[in-house]
Design a protein around this ligand. Structure first.
Ligand code: SF4
Ligand code: SF4
Length: 386
């Protein structure tokens, strides 16, 4: 018997014009039955954007406000009037990030901004990799979650999309501890899949109108991809993102582990791609909207056993490096390094940039994500560092 396929709707959209985004998203959602098929009006709904840090929309660090406003408008039209929105950014506050996007309670079609700053401990005995979480209170209190992610690159997981975006459910600085507990791309991806298994977001919407390539998720280059993606399957959605940038979906741990742990599928035959009301192949999709030159890490996940015991593998592995010319010696990277005893530290007070101890470094890239001057990027171990 053939398995039920996962549908991913591709919505062409070449600008953040509010009406264009709204009409595009409306028609895309109609392919899935509209919001009425996904949420009930009386439910408490949490809309979860990607608010990595406070940044203007043009930087492509956050979900664009036009996309969020279209989601709020459509929810309002579906009769949902108990809608909250927020994220737990890695640095700074949710309110600060929303302010730079021009979003507040007056501009969100009745949705209310919520701080996502209070933590609730949850036991999850069914967890395959993680059996407890410290979620933001709003995640636990909601009936339904709508995940509105951003199409970006990610130093640890290659890409950040629908699967990775749920890490913002973990409250504040508790996120750093998660990197120590799940210290490589594969186990970290498995922990993310457990978050999905625990919270079951109902719908995933990806803002890929202007994506981020290169040194993502906070310091990359905005690049037009001119699409929105919508699906109830986070792995299938991220897999279609991979098709668009000609990246092997199995090179992305959140896809491979997400598929193995049953939160979705990255298998081509199990994904229905819909564009303009008709089914298309991944090759047809790439021909029209693909960007094979998209700057993203394309290496497959390393065998973690080999990484641990092979000195050579460890030496050539990617690692964060600081560009001394860009560094302003603020110390934010040091503050955010989750490793006990710190794997990046100032050696002579703040007279020169911090220095890495790669024997301690778990390559979580929290330092790279948080550096406000974009001075940190992943490099190959054998390359000379500045
Ligand atoms: S966060 Fe960036 S700018 Fe600040 S000390 Fe670290 S590398 Fe330098
Ligand atoms: S130095 Fe950076 S990449 Fe290494 S463990 Fe610390 S935060 Fe993570």
């Amino acid at each position: 018997m053939s398995r039920k396929k996962s549908t991913v709707v591709v919505i062409p959209c070449d600008s953040y014009d509010e009406e264009k985004v709204y009409l595009g998203l409306k028609s895309g959602l109609d392919e899935l039955g509209g919001f009425k098929a996904i949420v009930k009006p009386e439910e408490k709904i949490l809309v979860k954007p990607n608010l990595l840090s406070a940044a203007v929309p043009e930087k492509a660090v956050t979900t664009h406000p036009s996309v969020l406003r279209a989601v709020f408008r459509l929810l309002s039209e579906a009769g949902c009037n108990n809608v909250k929105t927020g994220d737990s950014p890695g640095h700074g506050s949710c309110e600060g990030a929303m302010k730079l996007l021009g979003l507040n309670d007056e501009t969100m079609y009745g949705a209310k901004l919520t701080p996502m700053s209070e933590s609730v401990h949850i036991d999850f005995p069914e967890g395959m990799t993680c059996k407890e979480f410290d979620f933001c209170k709003e995640v636990v209190e909601s009936d339904a979650i709508i995940n509105v992610c951003k199409m970006k690159t990610h130093a640890l997981e290659r890409i950040t999309g629908a699967v990775k975006n749920v890490y913002g459910f973990i409250c504040g600085l508790k996120k750093a501890a998660g990197h120590v507990k799940f210290p490589n791309d594969t186990v970290f991806a498995r922990m993310l899949a457990d978050i999905h298994r625990c919270t079951h977001p109902r719908l995933h919407i990806m803002d890929g109108i202007i994506a981020m390539e290169g040194n993502g998720p906070g310091a990359g280059t905005p690049t037009p991809m001119n699409v929105l993606l919508v699906s109830t399957d986070p792995v299938a959605l991220d897999t279609v993102y991979c098709y668009l940038i000609n990246l092997d979906p199995e090179a992305v741990p959140t896809n491979s582990q997400g598929c193995r742990m049953g939160i979705g599928t990255d298998i081509e035959e199990e994904i229905d791609i819909i564009l303009g009301g008709r089914h298309i192949t991944k090759d047809e999709l790439f021909k029209t909207y693909g960007n094979g030159a998209f700057d993203v890490g394309r290496e497959k996940p390393k065998n973690t056993f080999l990484m641990k015991y092979s000195g050579f593998m460890t030496r050539i592995a990617r690692r964060p490096a600081i560009d001394k010319d860009k560094c302003v010696k603020c110390g934010i990277c040091v503050d955010h390094c989750p490793v006990p005893g710190k794997a990046v530290e100032f050696k002579n007070g703040k007279t020169s940039p911090p220095v890495y101890d790669y024997k301690k470094c778990i390559r979580c890239y929290c330092c790279q994500e948080m550096c406000p001057k974009h001075a940190i990027r992943p490099v190959r171990g054998l390359f000379r560092r500045k």
